[in-house]
Design a binder for this molecule. Structure first.
Ligand code: GDP
Ligand code: MN
Length: 378
């Protein structure tokens, strides 16, 4: 799970890393109130879990509470990387001496943690690594040994931060690593990590991803999830097992991980590509199906939907009713290809055929359904 910047900063602050004073606002007036308290000069920042905020107009420096209100109003109307902005972080502006880059990330191929630092901060690190590989220091951290002081010293030296600020930077890097380990993170990125004219060291931005498999030992992960508004979190809230986004054009709904995987495989075999897939789990009924359809269509990629349900406990007639019901309420304008098998399949197929909805295609076999869905997406 990727966290919002403000959530990442909360974890950083809890770990003892200095961040600018700031608070969340959901309306322009709230933003103005916060600026009144922390300003006059503030930075208003879109809270979305995707990069490229700056380029999209999602970060504005405001010189007064009035300017902060205007900035928030403009940012709250943006959609960045497909995500509508519903919250902004309003922070006291920081005077910057120099911007640096620092991150810890899980490096599966070396079975280690990877620390990366660069004195070229504020920019996209992939771009820096591409243009000037020598400007990025990469250190593998043995998870059993942990981060050594000599590694910290080497990074601080590489960043070129000296004296008191250098010592602060070293402590900051150690705390980043501590956060990464303590919260079962897979990424902690601070870009920019800044030094100020008065020699303070602060994390101005935070990108943190935590490992969902560790949520059982981190009650705070549930909180992070409640505050999130993406499709994946919405799926989990509705009790739908898994939603995964891909980059093709066929939306896939199935019940049970195995069947969903087999359906993905089949779509690939007949020359198609999945836009996303959703596992509705066992006992899918009318309500589950309509939320599933809504979620699958809400990210706007799918140009056809393939629903593949094997009825065991799940009754095909209820699934069919769910599909018909969902389509009657939704403005779906893509073909929905349905393959049903198992309990009450005849009844289910009858319901689908009798709706006489031109968007619904009832297929007899999985292969036929996959071919029809792929064809329809073209
Ligand atoms: P990102 O573009 O989504 O990574 O957003 P960042 O939080 O990293 O901000 C982008 C850039 O805005 C930074 O690299 C800084 O140059 C600038 N910036 C952000 N906050 C402040 C601030 O408090 N003061 C100043 N002067 N610049 C800031
Ligand atoms: Mn940044």
């Amino acid at each position: 799970m990727n966290l919002f910047e403000y959530q990442g900063k909360e974890l950083l602050a809890r770990s003892g890393v200095a961040t600018p004073d700031g608070r969340l606002a959901a309306t322009p007036d709230e933003a103005a109130d916060i600026a009144e308290e922390l300003g006059p000069k503030v930075v208003v920042k879109a809270q979305v879990r995707t990069g490229g905020r700056g380029k999209a107009g999602g970060i504005i420096v405001a010189e007064s509470p009035r300017a902060a209100r205007e900035a928030a109003s403009s940012i709250l109307s943006l959609v960045i990387g497909g995500q509508p902005v519903s919250k902004v972080l309003v922070e006291a502006a920081v005077a910057i001496h120099k911007e640096h880059y620092a991150s810890v990330v899980l490096d599966r191929s070396s079975r280690s943690h990877l620390f990366m630092v660069s004195p070229r901060g504020g920019m996209d690190i992939e771009a820096v690594a591409g243009q000037e590989p020598a400007a990025v220091l990469r250190l593998l951290i043995d998870p059993l040994v942990g981060l050594n002081q000599f590694q910290v010293n080497r990074m601080v030296k590489f960043l070129g931060i000296e004296g008191r600020a250098g010592r602060q930077a070293g402590v900051l890097l150690q705390r980043m690593y501590r956060l990464y380990v303590d919260y079962d993170a897979t990424l902690v990125e601070v870009n920019p990590l800044v030094t100020t004219p008065s020699n303070e060291v602060l994390a101005l931005d935070a990108k943190v991803a935590v490992d969902d498999s560790a949520s059982f030992r981190h009650p705070e992960f549930d909180l992070f999830e409640e505050e999130s508004d993406d499709i994946q979190a919405e799926a989990r809230r509705q009790g739908l097992a898994t939603f995964v986004k891909l980059d093709g054009d066929v939306g896939i709904i199935g019940n049970g991980a195995g069947l969903v995987m087999a359906t993905l495989d089949l779509v690939d075999q007949v020359g198609g590509r999945a836009a996303n897939f959703l596992d509705v789990g066992g006992g899918a009924d009318s309500k589950t199906l309509s939320s599933a359809l809504e979620l699958i269509l809400s990210d706007g990629r799918a140009r056809s939907v393939l629903i593949n349900i094997f009825g065991g406990i799940t009754r095909c007639d209820l699934v069919a009713e769910g599909i018909v019901d969902a389509l009657s309420r939704m403005k779906v304008n893509v073909p929905v290809v349905v393959r049903l098998a198992g309990t009450n399949v005849e009844e289910g197929r009858r319901i689908l055929i009798e709706t006489n909805d031109p968007r619904v295609v009832a297929s007899k076999t999985m292969l036929e359904a996959a071919q029809e869905a792929v064809e329809a997406a073209r």
